[in-house]
Design a protein around this ligand. Sequence first.
Ligand SMILES: [Zn+2]
Length: 94
Amino acid sequence: MQSDLIGKIEKAKRYAQEPERIKIRQFQATFQGGNDHIVSLENDQWNCDCRFFRNWQTCSHVMALQRILGPMLSHEARVAGRSYHSEVVADAVG
Ligand SMILES: [Zn+2]
């Protein structure tokens, strides 16, 4: 019984080193700062309640989460918002 649990813990440690095996399909977070913002992901579409997002379909909150969650996002969610302003930020994004 205990060896079963130890086996699962070892497996979990291996999984934790392979985040690309995980794909986040739905997500919601509060981004804390001067003003808190609610960022969400649903069907590979990001949303944020900040004003910048309304005009650009991306924002610093979404871009930060794209970097943090990178391998766990679908391709669409990982690149969402980039083509819209690709010329402007090509240098910054790299
Ligand atoms: Zn935002």
